[in-house]
Design a protein around this ligand. Structure first.
Ligand SMILES: [Zn+2]
Ligand SMILES: [Zn+2]
Length: 432
């Protein structure tokens, strides 16, 4: 069957995350988004795992679901959505010295069962790791040795480097990463089948690096609140089970792993170079001209993902790449509605509109990708239909993100929006 998976997320036990990141709200939001397999996040945290053991039942091999009695009932899509499945996953931060430099790398490990999770936790504790204070623990353990420890717990774990290009905390990051996957994982590199491209890069950027040809490119939301689930995700056409997902990736089976749902990469927080405090946002060319020094504060600039990809790329563009990783660029529905209405995506009015669209048309990712435009126009207005059409065709306006500041993607030019006017007809029947 065809399904969508989002494997890298966090729980309420990780720092700077939403209180609502519990099993009930993950189930709720996976239904709203139309995600079939969602990662649990934070499998190294003993209390989180305790909570999941109490609330889950096994659904298929290696996948779990919430017990019926925990399902939140105030969900407009409850009757029409299957139980979202959960995979046991978690991110671990490794900070260590290697080859003369301090490395800060984030990796994600996925486990097929709770026994494996318990074993990984026990091994980390034996090494003296503190796994109780943060759902995403910080270890002094070399990434290669962390991978080895996980493989010793179970050879069927899935292990991948997270958001590989971000300047900090990434295997290829400019500040504290390596220049290749092998330099990081050495003899165990053969156990790395997939790499997570992160919000600030998309497949065409990655295809410029031939050393990545052998990996499947995957994308996840890295959600720190349940509403952010599925802002990037993965498409499969295989059986719904842990072994099937594992095998699609391990065998590089492009009939079973169909590609990714992606942010427009410019919307990511680290697409361009720059200094947020100094209001400097540069293309790689501008950064080069300034010799990587900020023209406001004279300190080194934060080099973004586009620049870093160009440093490591051996292809001028992706046209000569033998592999084209299929992907589909999306903009979160609330951001589209917010642009149409001229109010913040967090506004109450937008929540009301959002729920109305879902009630009429189904889960968010279905609306963004599949619902016929005519149907969207008929039930939710011309403007929303036009906006989604432009998103699907990649006809968008872009202000790139830089130095931790999210970029902005819009579907209408400012002049067009003012023409639509405050009395635009979208959902006029709703008095939000
Ligand atoms: Zn991370
Ligand atoms: Zn500066």
């Amino acid at each position: 069957m065809k399904f969508i998976g989002d494997f890298h997320i966090h729980s309420h036990y990780s720092r700077a995350t939403s209180k609502n990141l519990n099993a009930e709200y993950l189930d709720y939001w996976a239904r709203m988004k139309g995600i079939n397999v969602v990662g649990t996040g934070d499998i190294t945290h003993p209390k989180w795992i305790q909570e999941l053991k109490e609330k889950f039942v096994e659904a298929e091999e290696g996948l779990f679901r919430l017990q019926q009695k925990f399902v939140l009932e105030n969900n407009v899509l409850l009757d029409n959505t299957p139980f979202p499945r959960f995979m046991l996953t978690g991110e671990i931060s490794s900070i260590y010295k290697k080859n003369g430099k301090v490395r800060k790398i984030h990796n994600v490990v996925c486990a097929p069962d709770f026994v494996t999770v318990d074993k990984i936790q026990a091994r980390l504790v034996r090494l003296g790791a503190n796994i109780t204070s943060d759902g995403r623990p910080i270890l002094g353990l070399d990434s290669r040795n962390l991978l080895e420890l996980c493989l010793e717990a179970n050879e069927n774990i899935l292990f991948f480097p997270a958001h590989i290009w971000t300047p900090w905390f990434a295997v290829l990051g400019d500040k504290s990463g390596f220049d290749s996957i092998e330099e990081c994982f050495e003899d165990l590199t053969k156990h790395i089948h997939v790499v997570e491209t992160g919000l600030s890069s998309d497949p065409p950027m990655n295809e410029r690096c031939s050393f990545l040809d052998n990996y499947m490119l995957i994308s996840n939301s890295d959600a720190h609140s349940p509403e952010k689930l599925g802002r990037e995700a993965n498409l499969f056409d295989t059986e719904l089970s842990y072994p099937s997902i594992f095998s699609a990736w391990k065998k590089r089976d492009r009939n079973k792993f169909l590609g990714t749902l992606e942010f427009f990469p410019q919307e990511g927080k680290y697409h361009h170079d720059g200094h947020r405090k100094c209001n400097i946002s540069w293309t790689p060319e501008e950064t080069k001209k300034h010799k990587e020094i900020c023209s406001v504060c004279a300190k080194p600039i934060t080099v973004g993902v586009m620049n870093r990809v160009m440093q490591l790329a051996d292809r001028k563009n992706n046209h000569t790449s033998p592999i084209k990783h299929p992907f589909f660029s999306i903009i979160p529905l609330k951001e589209i509605l917010s642009e149409l209405k001229g109010v913040s995506p967090q506004a109450n009015k937008i929540t009301v509109l959002y729920l109305d669209v879902l009630k009429k048309l189904g889960p968010e990712l279905v609306v963004l990708r599949e619902t016929p435009l005519e149907e969207i126009k008929k039930s939710c207005g011309e403007e929303l239909g036009e906006a989604i059409k432009r998103m699907r065709n990649g006809k968008v306006h872009v202000v790139p993100g830089y130095d931790g500041e999210y970029g902005r993607i819009t579907v209408f030019a400012p002049a067009e929006l003012s023409r639509l006017g405050p009395q635009a007809s979208l959902f006029d029947e709703i008095h939000a």
